[in-house]
Design a protein around this ligand. Structure first.
Ligand code: AMP
Length: 502
């Protein structure tokens, strides 16, 4: 089939041709004609299948006729994450470049004011994350009664993120006559219920079983038994480094997935400390930082991206040579999504997964889901020697949940590679955290050591020798002073920022 057989607007066809696409992908070939007919579509497809164009191309074609009214968007696309929303917006720009459709992106991290201005003028396409959309709605800045086409992208991820009540609410705010294009990689019961309630006689388009892993991805699992529980994470990071190094020049770029946000930060810092060109991507980072990181990864200035599932889901990053699972994903579906970042569009890719004994149960579920064994490789020779030889000490008061944390290494990572001043500039606090102007001059350390105060010289003026406050007041004044200087206590502040870095 050719794009020209799809009844798309000629200007859309031109943009598609300029994007270099020759033939529609299966989801496009099946969904576009139905969408152009005005039917509801239930698309079961994962990212990488060309699903974004399967809804953007017909939308542009339909929206090319008519005009937007102030505060009443004509179409709405809901995405689970800011990154995915931004990516869909990019797609609109590419495919809609010969049209004059107006678009607004409602995502966290972008000022309400700018977004309000766009909406006030009237938009043809509104792309939003559910929370931010409802925020705008509740501020009375937006009406959804003009929505003719509504898209829900990555619905199963919305479910994972707890957005289903928001989605239901948004559905109810739009007219029931709207057309709905609904996409999900998997169909858990909650999603099926949602489609039954809000889609009207949809055509079901399914392109690949969600559990299918691409044949172009060579998968490996590296089972590793740490020496002790308290050094497990340090050793695991050493194994990761050894695996990365063992790939040599073949490793053009890589995404490393961690199950927890905290580990994203730790692994990223550790890699950087060991000389890798790495960056971190997780949901708590500023939108501008996340976008800059992604752009850096796309243009090759960042080679290794350490990411959490939520941040990386649905990202269109072409040409990733390697995926590493630092942790075995707890949800087997995530494994399919993670390794789907490589081996795209017929190219070959490699996926590695480190599996500790306690993760075996998750590995078993993955093997069951993908329906084939994942070949096992041994731990690279000497992988953990470097960390096993190091002496380490643990502080007694480390928080319980960090018991298995390699404290020594994490502390070194944060305190050495990042001076306290830089952390303070980012707004992170040290110690019990009253950071003040002039911090760093004086402080408890010096007081404790009884060193003279710099600046007054040997001569102490007489008024300073007089008691300034009655006894009680003097005591409380003194405690205030010591509270001010507390943030200087080195052990405390480093420990706390190591925790924050996690
Ligand atoms: P998606 O599944 O929407 O994330 O798309 C995955 C990738 O496929 C993106 O890089 C698209 O630019 C690309 N793509 C979409 N449609 C086509 C097509 N018909 N031919 C070639 N590449 C495509």
């Amino acid at each position: 089939m050719k794009f020209s057989e799809l009844d798309l607007d000629p200007k859309v066809l031109q943009a598609v041709e300029e994007a270099g696409y020759e033939t529609p992908t299966p989801i496009q070939a099946q969904a576009i004609p139905e969408a152009l007919e005005g039917r509801d579509v239930l698309g079961i497809a994962q990212t990488g299948t060309g699903k974004t164009a399967s809804f953007t191309l017909p939308m542009i074609t339909v929206l090319a006729q008519g005009r937007a009214r102030a505060r009443m968007p004509r179409s709405l696309i809901l995405c689970p994450t800011r990154e995915l929303a931004a990516q869909v917006a990019e797609n609109f720009e590419i495919y809609g470049k010969h049209h004059k459709l107006s678009m607004a992106l409602l995502i966290g991290g972008v000022s309400f004011k700018d977004q309000d201005k766009l909406i006030d003028r009237g938009v043809d396409v509104l792309i939003a994350t559910p929370g931010r959309l409802l925020d705008h709605f509740e501020r009375g800045k937006l009406m959804l009664t003009g929505v003719q086409i509504m898209v829900v992208d990555e619905a199963d991820r919305m479910l994972d993120m707890g957005f289903i009540p928001d989605i239901e609410r948004i559905f109810k705010l739009t007219p029931f006559t709207r057309q709905t294009l609904f996409f999900s990689a998997t169909m858990p019961p909650e999603i099926t219920r949602l489609t039954q309630e809000f889609l009207s006689n949809p055509v079901r388009v399914e392109v690949a079983k969600p559990a299918t892993t691409a044949e172009t991805v060579a998968q490996h699992v590296c089972k590793f038994k740490p020496t002790r529980k308290d050094v497990a994470d340090t050793e695991k990071r050493a194994v990761l480094r050894a695996l990365l190094r063992s790939e040599g020049d073949e490793l053009r770029n890589a995404i490393i997935f961690c199950n927890r946000k905290r580990d994203v930060g730790i692994v990223y810092k550790s890699l950087e400390k060991h000389g890798f060109n790495a960056a971190a991507l997780h949901g708590d980072l500023d939108q501008s930082v996340r976008m800059a990181t992604l752009n850096g990864f796309r243009d090759g200035t960042v080679q290794i991206l350490v990411a959490s599932d939520v941040a990386a889901r649905g990202l269109d990053i072409p040409n990733v040579s390697h995926v590493f699972n630092f942790d075995v994903p707890i949800h087997s579906d995530d494994y399919v999504h993670r390794i789907g970042r490589t081996g795209r569009a017929g190219r070959s890719g490699k996926a590695f997964m480190i599996c500790l004994p306690h993760e075996q149960k998750h590995l078993d579920k993955i093997v069951e889901l993908v329906g084939k064994d994942i070949p096992e490789i041994s731990v690279p020779d000497g992988a953990v020697d470097e960390v096993r030889e190091r002496p380490r000490s643990r502080s007694k008061d480390a928080p319980a949940e960090r018991k298995s944390e390699p404290k020594q290494e994490v502390e070194a990572e944060t305190s050495k590679s990042e001076p306290r001043r830089e952390r303070a500039e980012r707004g992170e606090r040290g110690g019990r955290g009253r950071s003040r102007k002039g911090e760093g001059r004086g402080g408890r350390d010096r007081q404790d050591k009884g060193e003279p105060v710099v600046g007054l010289g040997d001569h102490v003026p007489a008024f300073l020798l007089r008691p300034a406050f009655p006894k009680k007041a003097a005591r409380s004044k003194a405690s205030e002073v010591s509270a001010e200087t507390e943030s200087e206590a080195p052990a405390e502040s480093d420990k706390s920022s190591a925790d924050e870095a996690a």
